[in-house]
Design a protein around this ligand. Structure first.
Ligand SMILES: CC/C=C\C/C=C\C/C=C\C/C=C\C/C=C\C/C=C\CCC(=O)SCCNC(=O)CCNC(=O)[C@H](O)C(C)(C)COP(=O)(O)OP(=O)(O)OC[C@H]1O[C@@H](n2cnc3c(N)ncnc32)[C@H](O)[C@@H]1OP(=O)(O)O
Ligand SMILES: CCCCCCCC/C=C\CCCCCCCC(=O)OC[C@@H](O)COP(=O)(O)O
Length: 398
């Protein structure tokens, strides 16, 4: 065998070794026991943190700003675990398309983020960018009220002063405005996320919303639902002087992927692309009707960016990818070490005890907890989504 052949064989065999190792790792990641361990760490650490958040209640009376800062850090311990699962466990890559002049401002000012709502893990990709720009603990969202009752995440949000809405304007107009005003003296930089479409995109909801677009004389959108403008207007009005800009963010995934949280848990790698345009808040009209028209135009532009992505596989503008930071992984490893050691001891004692009753009770408790986490994951699934935006509306109902 000549030296070239020898070298090639070497490369092929190390390559084979590498892909065998990758295959084994992938197999490990798809094992139910691994998912159980990840969910156990998330659930137990989350409940401990929720409890610690509850303990900060007296602090709110003494120093509201200190209580807020403490809660930002506690919240980081929860949300960064999901970011770690996305970045380190599944290896999902997130690429940012944006203009380099705006880049240094990201993370150094308050902003309102407007994003399309078509993917089950869009919020998690959003969190990943928050993490990379150092605003994960403090980031906020206009969320549907139902999410406030989800253990761990929903309870954490209560202490983060997340703005909840019932998606009933008559009630929301005062409560949402009031919650937004509370954020005016927030002590840390935050991004406030608004899914103006108000619900996840499904073919049925798209059809209904395009009927509404037609009845309002608005152009049809191919990739978005018609945006609901009232939440945007009230947010801009109440955060004027607090937020410096709107970050118009358009998200998509390579190869027509439809990513899911279960996919992430199974270690499936996705590739997200996010196109962000920074629009100074002063450019957004104050008048409600003008502001609504501005938002409709923005969604028409977003639709054209999605069209370009579908045609060419890229968004306009240069790629300026923010680096992945180690903190989410460090936090995850910390909680894993802290909680897996007592679990190991408990399991050992259980086996040694040999008591059937104790074993059956433990298995029942574990099953209940995993069903609970499965229900939580279900909250992210579009198939199990709400009926909001599904109702047929008569044409020309304006
Ligand atoms: C550099 C990197 C940059 C960015 C990184 C990206 C992101 C990171 C940022 C932050 C991350 C932070 C947190 C993320 C974590 C988790 C988030 C998870 C999920 C939470 C998301 C949700 O819960 S979405 C659901 C709740 N939110 C919303 O609904 C917001 C949008 N909705 C509104 O604004 C609504 O106006 C409202 C809720 C305020 C009120 O709703 P309501 O239904 O009562 O009212 P509307 O008045 O809007 O509806 C009536 C009008 O709408 C017309 N209509 C009727 N049917 C339809 C239809 N099917 N489609 C469209 N329009 C319809 C109707 O004709 C009325 O029209 P008007 O002309 O009278 O307005
Ligand atoms: C470390 C990894 C841990 C894995 C286990 C994770 C378990 C926790 C799972 C989920 C926590 C709940 C997150 C809630 C975020 C849901 C976001 C969302 O997209 O809400 C939908 C809402 O916009 C619109 O709802 P509809 O489309 O009208 O219905």
């Amino acid at each position: 065998m000549d030296p070239f052949q020898l070298e090639m064989q070497c490369v092929l065999s190390t390559g084979g070794e590498h892909s065998r190792k990758m295959g084994l790792l992938q197999l490990l990641k798809s094992q139910f026991i691994c998912h159980l361990i990840i969910c156990y760490v998330f659930l137990v650490s989350g409940l401990i943190i929720n409890l610690l958040q509850l303990c900060t209640l007296p602090l709110w009376l003494l120093s509201k700003q200190l209580a807020r800062r403490v809660n930002v850090r506690l919240a980081y311990c929860i949300s960064s675990q999901m970011v770690a699962a996305l970045e380190w466990w599944s290896g999902t890559e997130c690429t940012l398309y944006t203009d380099p002049e705006s880049y240094p401002l990201y993370g150094n000012e308050n902003a309102i983020v407007v994003m399309n709502h078509s993917f089950e893990i869009d919020f998690l990709c959003g969190w990943t960018f928050c993490e990379r720009f150092g605003v994960l603990g403090s980031s906020k969202v206009l969320a549907k009220k139902e999410l406030a009752y989800v253990p761990v995440i929903g309870w954490m949000w209560y202490f983060l002063e997340i703005v909840f809405c019932k998606r009933r304007w008559e009630e929301d107009r005062t409560t949402v405005a009031h919650s937004l005003q509370n954020l005016q003296d927030y002590p840390e930089n935050f991004w406030f996320l608004l899914f103006c479409e108000g619900t996840r995109l499904t073919p049925k909801k798209h059809q209904v919303s395009m009927q509404v677009a037609e009845s309002k004389g608005l152009p049809k959108l191919k990739y978005h639902l018609l945006p609901r403008t009232k939440g945007f207007w009230i947010t801009v009005q109440n955060l004027r002087g607090t937020a410096a800009a709107v970050y118009d963010s358009t998200l998509n995934f390579r190869n027509n992927e439809t990513p899911t949280l279960l996919g992430i848990l199974n270690g499936k790698k996705y590739h997200a692309d996010l196109y962000v345009r920074r629009i100074p808040l002063e450019l957004i009209p104050e008048d409600e009707a003008e502001c609504a028209a501005w938002l409709h135009k923005l969604y028409q532009e977003k639709d054209s960016f999605q069209e370009q992505y579908t045609q060419t596989g890229r968004f306009p503008g240069p790629i300026v990818s923010p680096p992945c930071r180690p903190w989410s992984l460090i936090n995850w490893l910390f909680w894993s070490c802290l909680l897996l050691y007592p679990l190991g001891l408990l399991l050992a004692q259980l086996i040694i005890s040999g008591s059937i009753l104790t074993i059956v009770t433990s298995v029942a408790l574990c099953s209940a907890a995993s069903l609970g986490v499965r229900w939580m994951i279900g909250q992210t699934e579009i198939d199990k989504g709400s009926n909001y935006g599904n109702k047929e509306v008569p044409l020309n109902n304006n």
